[in-house]
Design a protein around this ligand. Sequence first.
Ligand code: HEC
Ligand code: HEC
Length: 469
Amino acid sequence: MSIDLRNEDGSPKTGVQTQVKRVLAELFGETPDRMKVPPGSGLPEGGARLARRWYDAAKPDLVHPLGYFKNLPNSERSFVRLDGGYSLYRQHCLHCHGVSGDGMGPTATYLWPRPRDYRRGVYKFTSTNSNKPSREDLRRIILHGVHGTSMPAFEALMSEADIEQVIDYVIFLSARGETELALINEAMSADDADVQSTINAEAGLSIAQTVFESWRQADAPDAALNPPVVRKPSTPESIESGKSLFLGKTKENLQCAGCHGADGAGNGPSFIPLKTFQEIVFKGQGLARYDELLVLERLIEQGGTDQVAADPTKLPAQISGTPGEGMSRMVETSSLVKNLITKKYLTPTETGGVRVTIPADELTDLKKERDLWLASLDDWGTPLRPANLLRGVYKGGRRPLDLYWRIAKGINGAKMPAHASIFPDDPGKMWDVVNFVLALPYQPDLLKGAEAGPLNPAAMVTPASEHSN
Ligand code: HEC
Ligand code: HEC
């Protein structure tokens, strides 16, 4: 990962960067084909399934690492070669999810939504009470894919054993990435001078083991957030009750419609309007106007107004652009200034300064729109849309239980909040909401002319906490 850690005097923290790399290599191996598995990983067979090895049908209990057979003549190699998690991942997943699991494989730039960046250890479609999926959750996602996105279903492409091994590798990569991010975090406050004492193999191992432990916990038998009551039958009464809950017309004042819209189509007022979203995400237009706003704000900070000129040459030559493309972007200040002049938002003076001549109401609108845009990004810093519930396409599975999980525990990293504790006295009501959601695509008139209850601004979405990659 490219990180740019700097000392207070601006010089690069080369010592720290080298040390993070070294510790990570000690724990997880230098390269994917020379991987190491930290002790206490909890991976099946101690992680042996990550690598290629041979399987001897006559001795089914023995699976040998590839190296063991190096010196045997071919005639004695009556074994089946098992591909192992790493090579299966290379073959099926790498072009989207990337070598390091950062979600930036060669195909990724062309995809929306972006493939998951495993390094944060956050997964959307979990049945557990944490950000980590159980193995069963991963199995389901890999077998069936993520409907409505480019994530394929591998049911027909991979055997059951293949899928188990690739799950091992996803967990391995994810734990490696999460350990790396935590080490970088520690490194932020470490000095080049005392780096050995803060970032060392021992510290790294303890971080890695905590991460692996969270994976183990997600897989514990009692980790699943299962419904406390059995599913209610989908009667017209249940659906009607779910509808009032969805529209926020009950005492719980649910905010579903703020995001999904009173018509369920996914255009609620808590998100950037669909048209703007499409311009930015699919036409690649629009982020520039928020970048320009950054320049305007800096010039105003300098004291620039429509009377007092500011000096654009005092701005840095490049600034980091508005988040929204999943990776950080540097933009040229001078070309932004040029655009602003063309738009008459800035007016050049004879002495090389600029006066800030954007009308006040346009400036306010632009700021509001930018805030809404930032609030419409997921925790990976990429643009997000609330589901269109009229389509009946569910990313995390379409069984009633899947929908229960989605609504009760929310979608991690993706704004959709958890609702598990909303009905303490009558948990069966959650099934009303599920029954309503499942009925909607078949009864599109259910929400015809519907109006939502009051929007609660405190429950509106807030900007994603980090847009760091
Ligand atoms: C064509 C691109 C593509 C390929 C190939 C691909 N994926 Fe994905 N994958 C995605 C996208 C896109 C998402 C995210 C969908 C979303 O966030 O809505 C995703 C999400 C995931 C998730 C996260 C699920 C969650 O709950 O957050 C896992 C795990 C995953 N993929 C595993 C795999 C594995 C394992 C393979 C190979 C066997 C694979 N993917 C191959 C595109 C791909
Ligand atoms: C703060 C905004 C917000 C609120 C409130 C909200 N959702 Fe969502 N919901 C989302 C977003 C965003 C997604 C899409 C996430 C993604 O694609 O990764 C989503 C996805 C969904 C999905 C699709 C799940 C899937 O597997 O694809 C369902 C169903 C859903 N929401 C139902 C509801 C219901 C019912 C409520 C109210 C009880 C609700 N949502 C409240 C933002 C919200």
